[in-house]
Write a new protein. Structure first.
Ligand SMILES: C[S@@+](CC[C@H](N)C(=O)[O-])C[C@H]1O[C@@H](n2cnc3c(N)ncnc32)[C@H](O)[C@@H]1O
Length: 206
């Protein structure tokens, strides 16, 4: 895996007006690919990358400030197995990430947008299941955590009713890999809802 070193940015370039495949040589380097969608401060990404140096980790977030901040840490620490993408989740999954490339997709504490009229702003709105199915390898995993019970139930229903996925026991990450939002909710004694799914096979329409 090409090493990210001092002064070499880990940020991948994405032009959403161009279809995927332009600047993705990194995707074809060896190692399983894991994606943290809405990576926030990058706490999980950095801890995961350190624990699994042979895994490629891609952090995606629509807030450029957050991506740049993580990039400064990645370059300062010379972390080789992290890349970053400043993009909208849906565009990144549909247009940038190669098909059948991703072993694990993490979506931790996606903004719940609780008001009904804002639901279309959610990461899990529109047709996210198709985009997620496209990028996962066969038996690739999707791990989700949220503090918002209604949103959790909506997400579970979305994947439970899709025959291309099957529910599996949710993962519990070690303390050092918990995200800032998870630590914050747990410190406040608030519940955290988790679910995990595996990509099974193609949908068979009966
Ligand atoms: C509530 S924070 C959670 C951050 C982190 N996953 C954690 O658990 O600490 C949600 C993150 O997702 C990002 N985000 C929200 N909607 C997004 C979207 N449509 N596309 C990409 N990133 C998004 C936000 O900028 C923010 O960093």
């Amino acid at each position: 895996m090409p090493a990210a070193s001092e002064n070499v940015s880990a940020i991948l370039q994405f032009d959403s007006s161009v279809s995927h495949g332009q600047d993705d040589a990194w995707f074809s380097t060896s190692g399983a690919l894991e994606i943290d969608l809405g990576c926030g401060s990058g706490r999980f990404l950095l801890a995961r990358a350190a624990a699994f140096p042979s895994v490629k980790l891609l952090g995606i977030d629509r807030m450029q400030k957050r991506i740049r901040k993580i990039d400064r840490m990645v370059t300062r620490m010379g972390i080789a197995n992290i890349r970053l993408l400043h993009a909208e989740a849906t565009e990144a999954l549909r247009q940038f990430v190669p098909a059948s490339s991703t072993s694990v997709l993490y979506v931790f504490f996606p903004d719940p947008w609780p008001k009904r009229r804002h639901h279309r702003r959610r990461v899990f709105s529109g047709e996210p299941v198709d985009a997620i199915h496209r990028i996962l390898v066969p038996e690739g995993a999707l791990h989700i955590a949220t503090d918002h019970r209604d949103y959790f139930e909506f997400i579970v229903e979305l994947f439970r009713t899709d025959s291309r996925f099957c529910a599996v026991p949710a993962i519990e990450l070690p303390e050092e890999q918990k995200t800032d939002f998870e630590l914050d909710f747990l410190n406040q004694g608030l519940p955290v809802w988790r679910c995990s799914f595996l990509k099974t096979g193609p949908r068979i329409d009966m």
